[in-house]
Design a protein around this ligand. Structure first.
Ligand code: DGJ
Length: 641
């Protein structure tokens, strides 16, 4: 009678299903999920897994419930696999990844909603009788709702209360929510959106649902977030760049948009090198004849009118300046004016004979098809294998509509959206295996595909196209509900509001970089950038490996925001506060969190020494004059040895 997790249709058109327990297995470690991103165990001791095998004797369906327990982290992951072990094909109409029963209805649901340039704002509402959910039917996670939700005590705060967090390791259409029934019990569910989904299971075929990462905290929302941060940093992101220092990049997008050439890029690189910036990223517009967003996606050959002397020349020159080189691709897209579209008009997602909706002047390539994926992978390989590319920004600027594939039979058309996501994962997997030293950063019109699935392939994701430091506060606070600083692309730009000090203070809460033309700096600004680069290196460890404490949330306080990072050994802390709107009460007391009460800490600015207990219980008095919109400060504390 409630929201089901599995729904099928047999050859008689019936949906009845009886799953009986058959057997189980418990083992150390965790198996991979075939073709899907998922958390992993670094050592077998870290995780214990349980598989529960069930069978339906009538139709031969074999169901495996998959659980893994990360004991030290208060994390359980959950997934499910079904196999058609019977004599007739079965249509799988839905297969959600998790279903959790809570014994009351007295909770709030937290979700992250938004739109382009306003991603992942926090929404919190008390549960009511009936169903309440967030979802996407766009073929991608979307800017509108993230696939993370939390169910928390009504009174839960950052530091108090029971919190259950659910993050789906998936990058396509999803549903996440709960149902409160007439007996005041809550069922929480999360998985692939059943809307327009169906999977044809032939005899012997299997379907694997994505994984849900489930976190419990008995001490508030802050602990829940920190647990998500730990599991994502340690057990989800992978590869060389998981643990080594990421380069400070400068991206030419906001500096030039499509209007650039080799000289312009080298001018940017030259100035950047002087400031100590470590990598130049050439964004959209280097290929085909792309001078605006209307053309050439799919034609991944260098436009030598702009990149004069060729790509190798540009990369060599950038390298000579001491910078690494990064490049932009939008692999899953195709422009109607491209050579590729002329050669293969049926290679995009479409319903034959019907109008195709165009968005940002482009169509979506049919990544459910292996021939399409192979072609794109090979084109990318050609560029990446002959040039020394250290970083790739993988963009995705529209959602899927009129979802259909020219390569699949009618009974498999409702598989296209999920096959598309699997196809994207496959290309990302091939790419990261072919170029293990290359840093991959995901992006989707800013942060439209910021999800745990993508973090399995790219350890950082562009958080938002909104680089205004004050609006970024809400975006970064919201994103941090589930995602660690080390995954959040955050750049200093030439945006109007606030000075460069505040822009950097906000961007330090992420994978730091620049998105501007340094040739337009005043001398004073150039000096400031050098100092910021030095600060990035100084604070890297505490931000990337430390624990986040949200002190004042912009969702609760219209005047100020404040947050801090504390190193795992509690020997170092970095506190940042930003004035959003000039407060009436000049000066305020900020109570810190997460320190060791018994340790003594020195304030690096003035050499004053305070106990951790004092900093947390009495707080620091920040009685400084002239608190104007966009002002900010940082404070760095080190334990006295
Ligand atoms: C959207 C991204 O978020 C931007 O950073 C930029 O790469 C543009 N796409 C390029 O088209």
């Amino acid at each position: 009678f409630r929201e089901p997790c599995m729904q099928l249709m047999d050859k008689y058109g019936m949906s009845a299903c009886e799953c009986y327990y058959d057997s189980y297995a418990i083992y150390k470690g965790k198996k991979k999920l075939e073709g899907l991103p998922a958390t992993y165990a670094n050592t077998d001791d870290e995780v214990t897994s349980l598989e529960v095998y069930c069978k339906d004797p009538h139709n031969g369906l074999e169901i495996t419930l998959q659980y893994s327990v990360f004991e030290k982290l208060d994390v359980i992951t959950r997934s499910v696999k079904v196999k058609n072990g019977g004599a007739d094909p079965i249509e799988l109409r839905r297969l959600l990844s998790a279903c959790v029963e809570l014994d009351s209805k007295d909770y709030d649901m937290i979700t992250l909603y938004g739109t382009w340039a306003r991603e992942r704002h926090v929404q919190r509402n008390p549960l009511h009788f009936g169903k309440q959910l967030v979802d996407s039917c766009r073929g991608a996670t979307s800017h509108a709702h993230n696939n993370f939700i939390a169910i928390v005590d009504h009174k839960a705060t950052e530091d108090y209360g029971d919190c259950y967090g659910f993050a789906l390791c998936y990058s396509g259409s999803f549903v996440a929510g709960c149902e409160v029934n007439q007996y005041e019990k809550t069922r929480v569910f999360s998985g692939i959106n059943p809307y327009d989904f169906s999977w044809h299971l032939d005899l012997g075929e299997e379907f694997q649902a994505p994984e849900v990462i489930m976190v419990f905290s008995a001490s508030g929302i802050g602990t829940m977030s920190r647990t998500f941060h730990d599991v994502m940093r340690n057990n989800l992101t992978r590869g060389k760049w998981k643990d080594i220092r990421r380069p400070i990049l400068i991206n030419n997008w906001e500096a030039t948009y499509f209007n650039f050439d080799t000289d312009k890029l080298l001018d940017i690189a030259r100035e950047s090198a002087k400031a100590g910036i470590e990598m130049l990223v050439m964004d959209d517009g280097w290929f085909g004849h792309r001078n605006d967003d209307k053309s050439s996606l799919g034609d991944w050959f260098v436009n030598e009118d702009k990149i004069k002397g060729g790509l190798k020349h540009l990369v060599d020159e950038v390298n000579k300046l001491g910078l690494k080189f990064g490049i932009w691709f939008e692999p899953e897209m195709i422009s109607p004016d491209s050579e590729l579209y002329k050669a293969h008009p049926d290679w995009c997602i479409h319903v034959p004979g019907r109008e195709k909706s165009i968005a940002r002047h482009q169509y979506v390539l049919d990544f459910s098809r292996k021939d399409v994926r192979d072609y794109i992978f090979n084109e990318m390989y050609k560029v990446l294998s002959v040039n020394k590319v250290d970083y790739l920004k993988w963009d995705f600027n529209r959602n899927l509509s009129e979802i259909g594939s020219a390569a699949l039979p009618p009974e498999r058309q409702k598989e296209v959206a999920h096959r598309f996501v699997l196809g994207t994962y496959e290309v990302m997997d091939r790419l990261t295996k072919a170029f293990p030293d290359m840093l991959l950063e995901n992006c989707s019109g800013g942060g439209g595909r910021f999800d745990p699935g993508m973090l399995y392939y790219s350890p950082q994701i562009w958080t938002s196209d909104n680089t205004d430091p004050l609006e970024r506060l809400s975006i970064q606070f919201g994103t941090s509900m589930c995602y660690p600083a080390s995954t959040m692309g955050a750049h200093v730009s030439a945006s109007k509001r606030a000075g460069y000090d505040t822009k950097a203070n906000v961007a330090l809460w992420g994978t730091f970089g620049y998105e501007l033309d340094p040739n337009r700096f005043t001398e004073e600004e150039s000096e400031l950038i050098k100092a910021q680069v030095a600060e990035y290196h100084k604070y890297y460890d505490v931000i990337h490996y430390g624990e986040l404490y949200r002190l004042i949330s912009p969702f609760e306080n219209e005047f100020r925001a404040a947050w801090m990072f504390v190193s795992q050994d509690k020997d170092e802390a970095l506190v940042t506060s930003v004035v959003i709107k000039r407060p009436e009460d000049r000066g305020f007391t900020l109570r810190l969190k997460g320190l060791d009460p018994a340790k003594y800490y020195v304030d690096e600015d003035d050499g004053e020494i305070y106990s951790g207990a004092l900093l947390m219980n009495a707080g620091i008095c920040l009685d400084f004059n002239g608190e104007w919109d966009g002002d900010s400060f940082k404070k760095h504390f080190k334990a006295v040895k």
